[in-house]
Design a protein around this ligand. Structure first.
Ligand SMILES: C[S@@+](CC[C@H](N)C(=O)[O-])C[C@H]1O[C@@H](n2cnc3c(N)ncnc32)[C@H](O)[C@@H]1O
Length: 260
């Protein structure tokens, strides 16, 4: 597997400094997901889409032996700087087999749009029989207002936002069916709105998480596009003192690989 192939996954581009500044809440809000995982000392755990390793580091604090994989060269480098065993890989084509007690994933599965079932088969293969898969991702309706405003602003400028859109936000029923088809027993699954206060205004969020759209717009036009999206969302997502809340909807589950 070459860096080039991996870096090209879903046309994503992640900036480690922007992620630390505008996206730290993603890992901070996953404390209770770590409780669902309940990592144990000595277990071997895979963190799928580990990003800059902030959460991976927390999993390691349990005494588990944790490996992170991610498709972003920049975020893998940031994770390694924390001392995380982070490896560059595409979750849609992993080569691990029957070796992890658990696979954990926070806020990453919905970025794996090209082959979500391939991801689940990769995870199932990586787990030991009876191993658990504990994850949170965006659910149907996630950031519907933000996504709609991006699509509308891009359409007004003549760009094909649907083509650039990097996200896969499944319904609970759809994802449960996919998990079962990949060989998992679904122990728990829930979907819930989680309005999320952002650390700044929506422009920082857009620069960090909406790169796939911005990438198809000429550089000189990006600031105007961001301002337009910000303007159209202001009434819905910003309060009177300028704090922004993103309209997140999450899907969480615990699934166990069937012992064959
Ligand atoms: C929003 S970040 C979440 C990072 C981390 N789990 C956290 O909680 O902060 C999404 C991550 O998924 C990674 N990702 C997206 N598609 C991927 C793929 N196909 N294979 C591996 N990682 C992928 C991105 O590179 C990014 O680091």
């Amino acid at each position: 597997m070459t860096t080039l192939v991996v870096a090209d996954v879903a046309g994503q581009s992640w900036d480690a400094r922007d992620y630390a500044k505008n996206g730290r809440f993603v890992a901070d809000l996953a404390e209770s997901l770590v409780e669902w995982l309940a990592p144990q000392a000595g277990e071997r755990i895979l963190d799928l889409g580990c990003g800059d390793g902030a959460l991976t580091e927390k999993l390691s604090a349990s005494g588990a032996r944790v490996v992170g994989i991610d498709a972003s060269v920049e975020l893998v480098a940031a994770a390694r700087e924390r001392g995380v065993d982070a490896r560059l890989a595409d979750a849609q084509a992993l080569t691990f087999a029957n070796e992890f007690d658990a696979v954990f994933s926070n806020a990453a599965l919905h970025w794996m749009k090209r082959d979500p079932d391939g991801v689940l088969l990769s995870v199932a293969r990586a787990l030991k029989p009876g191993g658990r898969f504990v994850a949170e991702m965006g659910a149907a309706g996630n950031i519907a207002a933000i996504r709609g405003a991006i699509h509308d602003a891009m359409a007004r400028r003549g760009y094909d936002a649907a083509q650039a859109d990097p996200w896969f936000f499944p319904t609970l029923a759809d994802y449960r069916r996919r998990l079962q088809a990949a060989g998992f027993d679904v122990v728990a699954i829930e979907s819930f709105p989680r309005p999320t206060l952002l650390p700044g205004d929506i422009s920082g969020w857009l620069r960090t998480f909406a790169q796939a759209f911005l990438a198809i717009v000429p550089e000189g036009e990006r600031a105007a596009l961001i301002a337009e999206v910000q303007g159209s969302l202001h009434e819905r997502l910003a309060n009177t003192v300028g704090q922004w809340t993103a309209d997140y909807v999450r899907l969480r589950f615990v699934a166990v690989k069937k012992a064959r």
